[in-house]
Design a protein around this ligand. Structure first.
Ligand SMILES: [Zn+2]
Ligand SMILES: [Zn+2]
Length: 385
């Protein structure tokens, strides 16, 4: 065991404390304070606060110059009521750590405990606790923060726990790893009229239905060939709840998902064309916009190789993935400034899926996650035993 009983117990207690007090994206002040207080006991050489919001980074330095390795985890929880029954369940109504970010933070906190005992031989380690992953805003905000820009990592690594994969197993895929995704909202404006004289108004009802059908069929468009593209209509609203009024307004919300940023560009182009054509045909004014923008994340070959070496050394069972994860992750942003790679860590075959109200990060994974990252750090920065 890399973590002795006392160290492991401290980490489990930290994880459960974080789990009790979930905070939403961009509002992670208390979580950030709690992590900072924990890290101070493990004497990082530098502790940077308020990066891109409530982000924080602990830096551990080696004696000689060398590469800089960043390990990233996420601070935020979700606006979902937790239905779990654990004694440490969320104390905040309507909010829960149901993506396992409490566990990811604890794994990275475990690295701080190990790095305090043995600094890397060379280079630097950055332990980054990133805000606002769930909205896709946090990674970009951290990277654009001048206080982070000076840290300049050469490598960046992250993991996400994965329900449905055996506990302690890992999944890795070179190249495209997480899909790009964007939320597209569309409004259709016509004119209301008395429900007895719909011909006097301009109802967007048919246009809305045509758009829903067209969006459902869009991924079958020949231009997407065999590339992964997915369009999900997530919300639709038409007029008011009044039998006397023919509607004059509709709103649609659609999530676009693709394997890479090029396909996302094409999905956007085709979606906008559909809105324009159908809007014009029904004589409606249309508007559209994008929110929750996640670029695709791509695993760099060198960084993936470092993960593979660590899995092998730690005798971890590897599942080589053939398709990217459908979910999106703002970790992809770190691929623009460093060699980055992300892997999935199995959180058990019977574990409820992420974002389900009864999800709970298994404490058994803390040691496994810490062990893998610790091996990656030692392989790149030493000491080599
Ligand atoms: Zn999530
Ligand atoms: Zn997550």
């Amino acid at each position: 065991m890399l973590l002795d009983n006392d160290t492991h117990a401290k980490l489990v207690s930290l994880r459960q404390e974080l789990h009790r007090h979930p905070e939403l994206s961009g509002c992670e002040q208390k979580t950030s304070d709690r992590i900072a207080a924990f890290l101070e006991d493990y004497t990082p050489d530098e502790l940077h606060r308020n990066l891109g919001g409530y982000g924080l980074a602990a830096v551990y330095k080696g004696k000689s110059p060398g590469p800089c390795v960043l390990i990233r985890c996420e601070l935020d929880a979700l606006p979902i009521e937790e239905l779990g029954t654990a004694p440490y369940r969320s104390e905040i109504p309507g909010k829960g750590h149901l993506c396992g970010h409490d566990g990811h933070m604890t794994i990275v906190a475990g690295l701080a405990m190990l790095l305090q005992r043995t600094r890397p031989a060379r280079g630097r380690v950055i332990l980054l606790f990133q805000p606002a992953e769930e909205t896709g805003a946090g990674a970009k905000a951290v990277i654009e923060d001048p206080a982070f820009a000076i840290l300049k990592p050469d490598y960046a690594f992250a993991l996400h726990n994965l329900p449905g994969m055996a506990l302690h197993h890992v999944g890795l895929k070179p190249g495209a790893f997480n899909c790009a995704s964007q939320g597209l909202w569309i409004t259709l404006n016509g004119k209301t009229s008395h429900a007895s004289n719909p011909e006097d108004g301009r109802s967007p009802a048919l246009a809305m239905c045509e758009l829903i059908t067209a969006f459902a069929q869009l991924p079958q468009d020949r231009d997407f060939d065999r590339e992964f593209a997915l369009v999900t209509v997530v919300h639709a609203r038409l007029g008011e709840e009044a039998f006397g009024i023919a509607p004059g307004f509709a709103k649609l919300m659609v999530t676009l998902r693709s394997e890479n940023d090029q396909v996302m560009g094409l999905l956007q182009e085709k979606s906008e064309e559909l809105v324009k054509q159908i809007g014009q045909r029904h004589n409606l004014e249309t508007a559209l916009g994008y929110e929750d923008i996640f670029t695709a994340s791509t695993n760099n070959p060198d960084a993936s190789e470092q993960l593979l070496k660590a899995f092998k050394a730690e005798e971890i069972t590897l599942h080589t993935m053939t398709a990217p994860m459908r979910w999106s992750e703002d970790f992809g942003q770190f691929g623009h400034i460093s060699k980055s790679a992300m892997f999935t860590l199995g959180s058990g075959l019977s574990q409820p899926q992420l974002h389900n109200p009864d999800f709970d990060f298994p404490d058994d994974l803390i040691e496994t996650g810490t062990r893998i990252f610790h091996r990656v750090i030692r392989n790149i920065l030493g000491p080599s035993n």
